[in-house]
Design a binder for this molecule. Structure first.
Ligand SMILES: O=C(O)CCC(=O)C(=O)O
Ligand SMILES: [Fe+2]
Length: 284
């Protein structure tokens, strides 16, 4: 893989963001984004314990997909305060994924406002993600091909991104939005995954207070180097082809996959994993 460092700016105007990053769909890190957000100084794991300690949170680890798993079904549950103790005491695979702030902890809304980057950010879906040291999310792209603004708090997070143009090298799983789960994108084994050598992507390490802009449909792998959390804000896909692809994913692809899991069970998962390998290796 050839990974280029994502461009960084201290701050950026709306015009420059639109012209230099949104229109050409280039990722960016804004280091000192601060719209007067209280979140900037307040948000850390201890504050989350105060605000949401008694909430029961859904947790995900990195176990491979199993046909019995529903779409985004959690692997464990515990109280937020216990989860934060766990994060702080030792490395853990458990992550919180797509936790809607408005639904779960509405009081957190007063700590941030929806920023104006010149594109319309959806107000109802600010999502939180938490992870322990060394936990990671599978390489995936979001099902809705959104533009994503990913605000990071506490700790450090390693990010590896690929545009959709690299799909053919990534061992994509059919009828899904992930790549083959056997790949470690923080240290890939090229003997096992030779096509990855040809993939061109981006990388960065996010620190507290930084915002990562991910263009539409960008693949992302994220590894928490230390315990921390992030909030993602999103816009609808602007490119009409991406918008159509999103609609196909949401209204058809997802349901076909669920149906086939029911009909064929684990064989369906195995067949998809195999197909990811044969169709990718064929092109090299
Ligand atoms: O940081 C994570 O755990 C995943 C973030 C993510 O996938 C997203 O913001 O879309
Ligand atoms: Fe994502």
């Amino acid at each position: 893989m050839k990974l280029q460092e994502i461009q960084r700016v201290a701050t950026i105007t709306k015009e420059d963001f639109l012209n230099d990053f949104f229109k050409p769909q280039i990722p960016l890190v804004i280091e000192n984004f601060n719209d007067g957000w209280a979140a900037h100084s307040k948000w850390n794991l201890e504050y989350m314990r105060q605000m949401a300690g008694d909430k029961i949170v859904p947790l995900y680890d990195d176990r491979p997909v199993h046909h019995d798993d529903g779409f985004n079904e959690p692997h464990a549950k515990m109280k937020m305060s216990e989860y934060i103790d766990l994060l702080k005491s030792k490395p853990t695979k458990y992550r919180i994924f797509l936790w809607n702030i408005l639904k779960e902890v509405p009081a957190l809304q007063k700590d941030f406002s929806i920023p104006d980057f010149g594109i319309r950010i959806l107000k109802k879906v600010p999502m939180l993600f938490f992870g322990g040291e060394n936990s990671h999310t599978f390489m995936h792209h979001d099902i809705d091909f959104a533009n994503i603004f990913h605000f990071h708090f506490e700790g450090e997070k390693q990010c590896v991104l690929f545009p959709q143009s690299e799909n053919k090298y990534l061992y994509r799983i059919p009828f899904s939005i992930i790549t083959h789960e056997g790949i470690d994108f923080s240290n890939p084994n090229y003997e096992k995954w030779p096509a990855l050598i040809k993939a061109h992507g981006f990388k960065t390490t996010l620190k507290h207070g930084e915002v990562l802009y991910m263009p539409e449909g960008y693949w992302h792998y994220m590894k928490y180097l230390s315990p921390g959390f992030s909030m993602s804000l999103r816009t609808l896909a602007h490119n009409p082809f991406n918008f159509l692809e999103a609609a196909y994913n949401i209204f058809l692809m997802r349901h076909v996959d669920v149906l086939m899991r029911k009909l064929k069970g684990q064989k369906w998962i195995e067949a998809k994993n195999k197909r990811a390998i044969t169709r990718t290796n064929r092109i090299i």
